[in-house]
Design a binder for this molecule. Structure first.
Ligand code: MG
Ligand code: MG
Ligand code: MG
Length: 307
């Protein structure tokens, strides 16, 4: 069989990286030897912590794909969040937990989508339905992604199924969810080695709605004020990004993982969309979003409705 490239979205998070590795593992167990996991960018601190903890190597980086290359997408489907050349690739499979948008194929494919908190929860189901046993190391990677995407089950994206699967995986991996989970999330809040330009791209996604280009970046923290201590440097980086990428509304969500709130830095020529969406004033380019932690469920939908 020809080579198959497996990867998640750009600005990779823990779910995207581990789901690629886990999908490679599952495909190989099913006898598809010629598959390989890749990443589309630098891994973040949280993912670094996870891979080190379980002694798993980082996937190689891929920056474009040849025409008709065989690919499997995990944790995304939207082409603008995918690799350069995806339009002309041969997409064999998608396993994802996002809305389907900006996606089409020329040939039939295997498409597995479920409205759960994490891609790994869907992959867990695929191991089960194929009768494949999950090794402890793989279980640890899967568990880490569920903790990451659901912020230790506190995000409104988290479903009962995610919690159930996480508990099963914790048993297999021999991990205490609470203590490991908090350490892992904390590792992801370390921004000390990142420039403002990098901070706004660690976890950043663009969606177009009604001709409005909306970019929402997110960082986790235990102290919002800590991240904003050099607010003007972040604003300069955001303004540069807006100019270079034709963005109309940029929101940097700074999410407090202890109290489950976010403060947003809001810039662009369409900040009115954000004001209308959340019914909040923007003061000093900031907007406080009480109980908001999920970009997917609590931010993108209301922004799209109001664009
Ligand atoms: Mg993701
Ligand atoms: Mg995900
Ligand atoms: Mg995420």
């Amino acid at each position: 069989m020809e080579k198959v490239f497996i990867f998640g979205h750009k600005n990779p998070d823990t779910d995207t990286i581990t789901s690629s590795i886990v999908m490679e593992n599952l495909e190989k167990k099913l006898g598809n030897e010629n598959v390989k996991a890749y990443k589309l960018g630098k891994v973040n601190k949280e993912t670094e912590y996870v891979l080190k903890y379980f002694g798993v190597e980082e996937p190689e980086t891929l920056d474009k794909i040849e025409e008709k290359a065989n690919v499997i997408l995990v944790d995304h489907n939207t082409f603008s969040q995918s690799i350069e050349g995806i339009e002309n690739a041969n997409i064999l499979k998608v396993v994802d937990h996002h809305c389907i948008s900006g996606f089409e194929t020329k040939t039939p494919l295997f498409y597995m989508a479920e409205p759960v908190g994490c891609t790994e929860t869907i992959l867990y189901g695929l191991y089960k339905s194929n009768g494949v046993e999950i090794e402890p190391k793989i279980a640890g990677l899967m568990l880490s992604a569920i903790i990451s995407d659901t912020l230790l089950f506190k995000s409104p994206t988290c479903t009962e199924k995610d919690v159930k699967v996480a508990k099963e995986l914790a048993k297999i991996a021999g991990i205490d969810i609470e203590s490991y989970g908090l350490e892992m999330l904390k590792a992801g809040t370390d921004l000390s080695e990142f420039t403002p330009e990098e901070i706004i791209e660690i976890d950043s996604k663009m969606i177009e709605a009604n001709g409005v280009n909306i970019q929402v970046a997110q960082v986790n923290t235990a102290s919002i004020e800590d991240v904003l201590k050099d607010q003007s440097a972040l604003e300069n980086a955001i303004q540069k990004y807006i100019n270079n990428n034709n963005i109309n509304l940029f929101m940097l969500l700074i999410t407090d993982i202890i109290n489950s709130n976010s403060e947003a830095l809001v810039l662009g020529d369409k900040v009115d969309v954000a004001k209308k969406a959340f019914g909040e004033e923007i003061v000093n380019n900031r907007m406080f979003l009480k109980d908001v932690v999920s970009r997917k469920k609590q931010v993108f939908p209301v922004l799209m409705e109001n664009a």
